[in-house]
Design a binder for this molecule. Structure first.
Ligand code: HEC
Length: 123
């Protein structure tokens, strides 16, 4: 408390400290650059994931596999719940191999790619 009346305090308030605001800007830059990177790791980009794995079968090559954006094919499946569908991808479903051939996909990744692929308005 008593320190406020000492000389150095008024010296510190005399001018804005340029070094301090620079450091703050640098910190914001670091957060801005790395935050999207970390969130992208939490769930993969659904479009990239689809193109990398699911599109091998879900782009019209296999008649049984519901195509991307084919709402009529997806709707009855989505009615069972996206969690159920994600679980079925993990375990394999009829002609679909387990995990949909994606070895580094999490259950969250499956959910987001299923919503994206089915053209669900949730995405
Ligand atoms: C090797 C081919 C193949 C790959 C790769 C593949 N699928 Fe499939 N998938 C199928 C086939 C075939 C069906 C239809 C199964 C049926 O209904 O007979 C299907 C069905 C589904 C269904 C509906 C399941 C249900 O309960 O009706 C979902 C959801 C699905 N795939 C998601 C995915 C996702 C997500 C990926 C990528 C991570 C993926 N698939 C990759 C072949 C594939």
């Amino acid at each position: 408390m008593g320190r406020r009346s000492e000389g150095c305090a008024s010296e510190r308030n005399a001018a804005p400290n340029p070094e301090r605001s620079f450091r703050k800007a640098k910190w914001l830059l670091v957060v801005g650059v790395f935050l999207p990177f970390f969130s992208a790791q939490a769930t993969q980009d659904p479009e990239a994931l689809y193109n990398r794995t699911c599109a091998a079968c879900h782009a019209g090559q296999m008649p049984q596999a519901p195509e991307r954006g084919d709402r009529a094919a997806w709707e009855p499946r989505l009615a069972r719940g996206v969690d159920v569908l994600a679980e079925q991808v993990v375990q394999g479903f009829k002609a679909m191999p387990p995990r949909g051939l994606c070895m580094d996909c999490s259950i969250e990744d499956y959910r987001s790619v299923i919503l994206w692929m089915s053209g669900s308005p949730d995405t």
